[in-house]
Design a protein around this ligand. Structure first.
Ligand code: OSB
Ligand code: MG
Length: 375
């Protein structure tokens, strides 16, 4: 595959409902789309960095400029055998996983289209229907949250995950369990607690949770291992798993019993597959996390979720939960059984609505061969 050019686009899309985590509330998203052109075929990827450096140190502008100044010049004009061979070309840049993933994933998309194969097969997936859960943000009132849970349960979702933080946790879990003693329920702290909160965190054990996600620091594994020994509830790591070696370390230290894989966080499909394989070897089930993606990233999450160790419902849910109108066709839909049925068309299985994307675009930049790597 000869990489002829990389196009960056910035789109603005309003969320149907605001989304609040322990680090803040968002109403809309700046979507960064990456298009690669190889041998006349286009592949699409989405950079999942958020508008600000809160979930991770990467954010929209840092990703854009890192791709423009460093990553794109390292790969444009190069010829690679397969999409997974692009990661070594970008290795000199440290970190910036979400920026790298957008390029690598766009190349996987292009490779699948070139080979007229579904992306999920190219990735090595086996599951033809994937289980879905939802992630519900912090609300203004508990009643509002209960109403939302009711809606998602009626839609068929197999697992409800709520965001928690000090002051929005025990009282909320209590209200949910009083109404629904049996549903599959988890919570995500996005690093809102400290080791000194261990007694408080032990109260979570009363609610029969499937897991508690990332209770402590975003970059910690060691202290999570200490915490896991003191909790009955399984810890799931999200933020602190940046690559396969982190997953290995988490498994060996007993820092968690479950891992959430976000393809952007680990730097692309090839590393996501390695994290998946390390977890499988250690009998740690994984599930696919979400970053409020547009259809482009969502379709990639769907494809990744077909790998066989994705054994728990992911945060991969229907387009309409996020957007009035998505940029792919058909939109991602969830069955009344709370699953997504995998599509068999070549590529991601979803058509990119280029006209609509053009209408939503605020900025566009094309990087072609001969541009120099700065610095
Ligand atoms: O921690 O999983 C997270 C969204 C933004 C940043 C971090 C997280 C999330 C979600 C949303 O939980 C999952 C989704 O896309 O629905
Ligand atoms: Mg999380």
């Amino acid at each position: 595959m000869r990489i002829e050019s990389i196009t960056l686009r910035e789109l603005h899309m309003s969320l149907v409902h605001f989304f609040e985590t322990s680090f803040g509330r968002v109403y809309d998203r700046r979507i960064l789309l990456v298009t690669v052109r190889c041998d006349g075929v286009e592949g699409w990827g989405e950079c999942v960095s958020e508008a600000g450096p809160f979930y991770s140190s990467e954010w929209f502008d840092s990703a854009w400029i890192t791709i423009q100044r460093y990553l794109a010049p390292m790969v444009v004009g190069q010829t690679i055998e397969e999409a997974r061979n692009v990661a070594p070309l970008m290795r000199r840049v440290r970190g910036h996983h979400m920026a790298k993933a957008a390029i690598e994933n766009a190349l996987w998309d292009a490779e699948a289209r070139q080979k007229k194969q579904p992306l999920w097969k190219l990735l090595g997936g086996t599951q033809r229907e994937i289980p879905c859960g939802v992630s519900i943000g912090i609300q203004d009132w508990v009643e509002q949250l209960l109403d939302k849970i009711e809606i998602e349960l009626s839609a068929g979702y197999q697992r409800i995950k709520i965001k928690v933080k000090p002051g929005w946790d025990i009282r909320v879990l209590d209200a949910i369990r009083s109404r629904w003693p049996e549903i599959t329920l988890s919570c995500d702290a996005n690093s809102a607690y400290m080791l000194a909160d261990v007694d408080h965190l032990r109260e979570f054990d009363r609610y029969n949770l499937l897991m508690i996600e990332q209770p402590l620091w975003h970059d910690d594994i060691y202290f999570h291992a200490g915490l896991q020994k003191q909790l009955r509830t399984a810890i799931c790591l999200d933020e602190s798993i940046r690559h396969a070696r982190d997953a290995e370390q988490a498994a060996e230290t007993g820092a968690c019993r479950i891992i959430n894989i976000k393809v952007g966080r680990v730097g692309g499909f090839s590393e996501a597959k390695r994290v998946h394989d390390v977890c499988a070897a250690h009998k740690i089930p994984v599930w696919c996390g979400g970053m409020l993606e547009s259809g482009v990233g969502r379709a990639h999450n769907v494809a990744l979720s077909t790998l066989d160790n994705f054994r728990l419902p992911g945060d991969v849910s229907a387009s309409k939960r996020y957007w009035k109108e998505d940029i792919i066709e058909p939109e991602v839909e969830v069955t009344p059984r709370g699953t997504i049925v995998i599509r068999d068309e070549p590529g991601s299985g979803y058509r990119i609505r280029e006209d609509f994307i053009e209408k939503l675009s605020r900025h566009k930049e094309i990087i072609r061969a001969n541009s120099q790597v700065s610095g």
